[in-house]
Design a protein around this ligand. Structure first.
Ligand SMILES: Nc1ncnc2c1ncn2[C@@H]1O[C@H](COP(=O)(O)OP(=O)(O)O)[C@@H](O)[C@H]1O
Ligand SMILES: [Mg+2]
Length: 261
């Protein structure tokens, strides 16, 4: 049975509903790795020709679908987003550049525990998002919300990025920027909740649905997963006086330096 969290399960339904939804669905195409290639990618045993062949296959598929550069690449399971420039954000059409990222994506999927892997690779139009700063491996931290919806009924809404998960932010005032990004207007919330309801009514079950705001102000439906396995937090209970991982590290480095001096 196909695991419901995988994109190959939920995306066809979203695509079917797309023209009735008030949000954008990034142009998306997909390739399915053959059993042999899938095994070779997982175990890193692909021949040079097969390795470059993956890049070539992805390139020709995306060109046929009208997807240019840069583009977004993910497996059915995930995008390895924290490694951004080395995984999902593809800025070159060189076959080996793309193939290396496919290997990185699967390496990242293999680190996840208790999940189903996917032999699907989704190639998506890259949409410049409304982001306030970059973090992790140069990932734009965009204005994004996660809606939990159970068979058409809202159960929870949260900004996507819990502040204490952010590391290596590229702006000093990132906490302020993130706090501002977490504000949501009534009309935005209503539209996103309604959209999520529409989808979960069709898909059945309790889901998390992630929406990201594009630079243009348009909202995009990005990702979905079963609610049970989706990260949940409560923005009303979050203490913004937290010490971030980066601040802890800087303190530790200072202490160490003082000790050595
Ligand atoms: N098509 C896209 N264009 C631009 N940014 C995207 C696109 N799709 C996803 N993103 C960004 O990448 C992040 C991770 O993508 P997602 O598909 O949700 O993967 P994951 O399952 O790893 O969370 C999103 O939260 C969003 O910020
Ligand atoms: Mg996601």
């Amino acid at each position: 049975m196909l695991d419901e969290c995988l994109m190959e399960y939920w995306f066809p339904v979203v695509e079917q509903l797309a023209r009735h939804l008030p949000v954008k669905i990034p142009k998306t195409t997909c390739i399915v790795l053959t059993e042999k290639l899938y095994r070779d990618v997982i175990w890193q045993t692909a021949s040079e020709a097969d390795y470059l062949g993956i890049g070539e296959y992805i390139n020709s598929t995306r060109i046929k679908a009208g997807i240019g550069l840069p583009f977004f690449l993910r497996t059915g399971l995930s995008s390895g987003k924290h490694d951004w420039v080395d995984t999902c954000y593809i800025t070159s059409s060189e076959n080996d550049f793309i193939a290396q990222r496919v290997f990185n994506l699967y390496e990242s999927d293999m680190m996840k525990i208790g999940v189903f892997m996917s032999n699907h690779l989704f190639i998506r139009e890259f949409i410049p998002m409304n982001y306030a700063f970059k973090a992790f491996n140069k990932m734009p931290i965009a204005r994004e919300f996660r809606i939990f919806s159970d068979n058409g009924v809202l159960t929870h809404i949260q900004p996507y990025w819990i502040p204490d998960s952010i590391v290596r932010a590229d702006k000093e005032n990132w906490k302020e920027l993130l706090k501002a990004q977490h504000q949501i207007e009534k009309y935005e919330k209503e539209m996103l909740v309604k959209t999520a309801s529409r989808i979960t009514r069709k898909l059945k079950g309790h889901w998390s649905v992630d929406f990201c705001e594009a630079e243009t102000g348009e909202w995009c439906l990005i990702d979905m997963a079963l609610a049970d396995v989706s990260f949940k937090w409560n923005p009303d209970e979050f203490d913004w006086d937290f010490v971030s991982e980066d601040e802890k590290r800087t303190e530790m480095e200072k202490d160490l330096k003082a000790l050595l001096d």
